[in-house]
Design a protein around this ligand. Structure first.
Ligand SMILES: Cc1cc2nc3c(=O)[nH]c(=O)nc-3n(C[C@H](O)[C@H](O)[C@H](O)COP(=O)(O)OP(=O)(O)OC[C@H]3O[C@@H](n4cnc5c(N)ncnc54)[C@H](O)[C@@H]3O)c2cc1C
Length: 336
């Protein structure tokens, strides 16, 4: 009997596989290591040939490239219809997709359609007594929810950054199967893309980023964050999503999954809880300092320096101390 498969739906654009595609494949390979399963990569789009060859050459995995003539842009209806047919044909044990705007769009509807469990934003996978456990962040990252599917098929979406995209070549003999599906969407059609609010160039070039979270309490307290940033050369100000949603900062300052990904040498998180969605944007930061009044805040799990203080008292005290230290003449300057 043939092993059941894990379908890894890899996103691609401009003839290249997106990094999230390899993260999804890495997640599928992790699942494969627990069970007698085989990974099958699925690509959907009007030009899937080049990315299919890229995956085949890099991993040696089996690939199914479904060409959808005329559908240049992603279409959720098409994805759901094509994957429903593939699931009926292949009876996979799991379907993995990126937790991206695409995956988050088609995965829940697909799962409902085929009667599968849907587990989103998966960050870790483990096995306990033959049961595969999917872990994801909950309560803004304060808790880790562990879930197991009780259905024959599980549809999961993979949290960006949770699995390394460095997938090594593993299989010597894969195959690429090309299929063509003519699909005419009835319910929605893509009208095109418009440039969004661009990431603040200051964020991408800053050596130090001071970021404000909801914990700053009120918009006026942004001045504390601004004063702290001013203490460092080549610094910029960023924020968590609620701070941008409330209009305290512009969206171009948002850091995280749906905002900017930043890589400063020093990142100072002020009143930020440390949700997985925020932390996704600071994985490449050098040294992370977190100021938070809650000693159990999840941000402390990723911080190099944890300051459990009320930021409204800590920042002014710190700046006053810094000011005092810079004004105190050194013994050399005193001529002693
Ligand atoms: C699909 C999706 C995408 C998302 N994308 C993003 C994203 O890109 N970026 C992002 O940031 N979020 C994103 N979010 C939202 C995310 O889940 C969190 O809700 C958000 O990051 C929480 O922001 P926060 O930490 O500022 O606020 P909160 O979670 O409310 O945390 C505030 C923190 O401040 C602390 N605090 C309170 N008062 C003080 C004080 N006086 N001194 C010190 N500390 C204090 C509290 O202890 C708490 O830890 C996304 C969510 C979803 C569902």
């Amino acid at each position: 009997m043939r092993n059941r498969s894990i379908l890894a739906v890899a996103e691609h654009a401009q003839g290249r596989v997106k990094p999230s595609g390899y993260e999804v494949i890495a997640c599928a390979l992790r699942l494969e290591s627990f069970r007698q399963l085989r990974v099958l990569v699925v690509l959907i789009g009007d030009q899937p040939e080049a990315p299919a060859r890229e995956i085949f050459q890099r991993t040696g995995l089996d690939v199914i490239a479904v060409q959808t003539p005329g559908l240049a842009s992603y279409n959720g209806e098409a994805h759901r219809a094509i994957l429903t047919d593939l699931i009926a044909e292949l009876d996979p044990a799991c379907l993995c997709a990126a937790h991206s705007s695409q995956g988050a769009d088609f995965a829940p509807g697909l799962a409902a359609r085929v009667g599968a469990a849907c587990i989103t934003a998966v960050e870790r996978i483990s096995v306990d007594s033959d049961c595969v456990i999917f872990a994801r962040g909950a309560s803004g990252g304060k808790l880790v929810a562990e879930l197991a599917a009780t259905t024959r098929l599980a549809v999961i979406t993979v949290q960006p950054g949770a699995f390394s995209a460095d997938v090594d070549r593993r299989y010597p003999q894969g195959s690429i199967e090309f299929r063509t599906v003519n699909f005419e969407p009835h319910r929605s059609r893509a009208l095109g893309f418009k440039p969004g609010a661009t990431c603040d160039k200051g964020l991408s070039e800053a050596r130090v980023i001071v970021a404000a979270g909801r914990g700053i309490g009120k918009q006026e307290n942004l001045s504390l964050v601004q004063d702290l940033a001013a203490a460092f050369p080549r610094s910029a100000i960023g924020g968590s999503r609620p701070v941008c949603d409330m209009g305290w900062l512009e969206y171009k300052s948002q850091i995280g999954l749906t905002g900017a990904t930043v890589s400063p040498q020093l990142y100072i998180a002020c009143g930020i809880s440390g949700s997985a969605q925020h932390v996704a944007g600071i994985r490449d930061a050098g040294f992370v300092v977190a100021i938070n009044s809650d000693p159990n805040a999840a941000i402390f799990n990723v911080a190099d320096l944890c300051i459990v203080e009320d930021l409204t008292t800590f920042i002014p005290t710190f700046l006053a101390e810094l000011h005092r230290a810079s004004e105190t003449p050194t013994s050399k300057e005193n001529g002693r």
